[in-house]
Design a protein around this ligand. Structure first.
Ligand code: NAP
Ligand code: GLV
Length: 311
């Protein structure tokens, strides 16, 4: 099959991807350039966050395989024919990376390590009372691949964990909730809310003034999903009023985060440059190769996106 690799990839990263993908699927013809002669032959597009319209004019396209877990850009690309299946990246190594980031953030919040980091910058020696993990309830929003891995890692570290999803889930050791009533009650109990929802029409602007007001006063928000989940003006107002304690944030409505953005210098915001769970090229190449093998043998690809639902 002819497979086109395309998207928002610096040259060095594209070269590394190509090396891993060729090693994992050596029988495929790997391409990185389009041309009028080649376009009609392309069977599969393997994409990293491509700009809208990048996959137009590929009449033989049978699969779009994303190298990213979140696919809101592809779902929103009206030029992508509805009949072409769209698969997203699902890789246990990526889920584990996300669990490490979430655990680091929740632990640092529980034990006041961000507070101590600020104190160091001012040479302040001040001890705060030590809290127990078991007294530090955490709410995970989204119980998909990432959310349920995060929830399990946190529960395994003694935090009381609730999880919220669209449909009702059932997970060992996690208080699983769904529906708006469950959400509001859980928001009011949690010391930390970890966001792992996909970005869809239903979740855009999720953290607005009303939802932030439903959180416990002084509770913390860890946004590891998408920047557009936050209504930024409402989040900054909640931080400034003390309604929100700390914000740990990895993804932004505009990336890279502009140097003038208020998050960079806010004393209670920790900014990460969208690294909570990077795609692991070696293992992700294996995930792609497995889906290509399924396509070759006439089996449906795995991890297909429901474009109506948006994730
Ligand atoms: P997923 O497997 O598709 O899981 C999505 C979860 O969110 C599911 O539990 C789903 O509920 C729930 N959900 C969706 N819409 C909802 C709604 N309106 N209300 C309540 N729950 C809703 O996705 P994933 O692989 O866990 O990834 C989640 C997101 O993480 C991605 O979309 C991406 O934005 C982000 N991400 C970020 C990074 C990073 O480095 N920062 C890396 C990878 C991914 P159901 O269980 O009922 O379907
Ligand atoms: C990263 O944010 C991803 O969606 O894979």
């Amino acid at each position: 099959m002819s497979v086109l690799l395309c998207g928002d990839l610096p040259a060095a990263a594209a070269a590394e991807w190509l090396q891993q993908l060729r090693a994992a699927a050596p029988d495929e013809t790997w391409l990185t350039e389009r041309s009028p002669a080649i376009d009609p032959t392309i069977d599969v597009a393997v994409v990293a966050n491509p700009p809208a319209g990048a996959l137009q004019g590929l009449p033989a396209l049978r699969l779009v395989q994303s190298l990213w877990a979140g696919v809101e850009g592809l779902v929103g690309d009206a030029s992508l024919p509805a009949e072409v299946p769209l698969a997203r990246m699902v890789d246990p190594l990526m889920n584990q990376a996300m669990a490490e980031t979430a655990l680091w953030a929740v632990l640092a919040l529980q034990r006041d390590f961000y507070v101590y980091a600020r104190q160091q910058r001012q040479a302040v020696w001040q001890v705060h009372p030590q809290r127990r993990a078991a007294d530090w309830p955490v709410l995970v929003l989204g119980l998909g691949e990432m959310g349920r891995t995060v929830a399990a890692r946190l529960a395994g570290s003694a935090y009381p964990v609730s999880g919220w999803s669209r449909s009702q889930s059932s997970l060992d050791g996690i208080d699983c909730l769904s529906g708006e009533a469950g959400l509001i009650a859980a928001l009011g109990r949690a010391e930390v809310v970890v966001n792992l929802l996909p970005l869809t029409a239903a979740t855009r602007g999720f953290f607005d003034a009303e939802r932030l007001a439903a959180m416990r006063r002084g509770a913390h928000l860890v946004n590891l999903a998408r920047g557009a989940h936050l209504v930024e003006a409402d989040v900054i107002a909640a931080l400034d009023s003390g309604q929100l304690g700390e914000l740990v944030v990895d993804a932004f409505a505009t990336e890279p985060l502009p140097p003038s953005h208020g998050f960079w210098r806010h004393p209670r915001v920790t900014v990460l440059p969208h690294i909570a769970a990077q795609t692991d090229k070696r293992s992700a190449a294996g995930v792609v190769a497995a889906n290509l093998a399924r396509l070759r043998s006439g089996q449906p690809p795995l991890h297909l996106v429901d474009r109506q639902r948006g994730y």
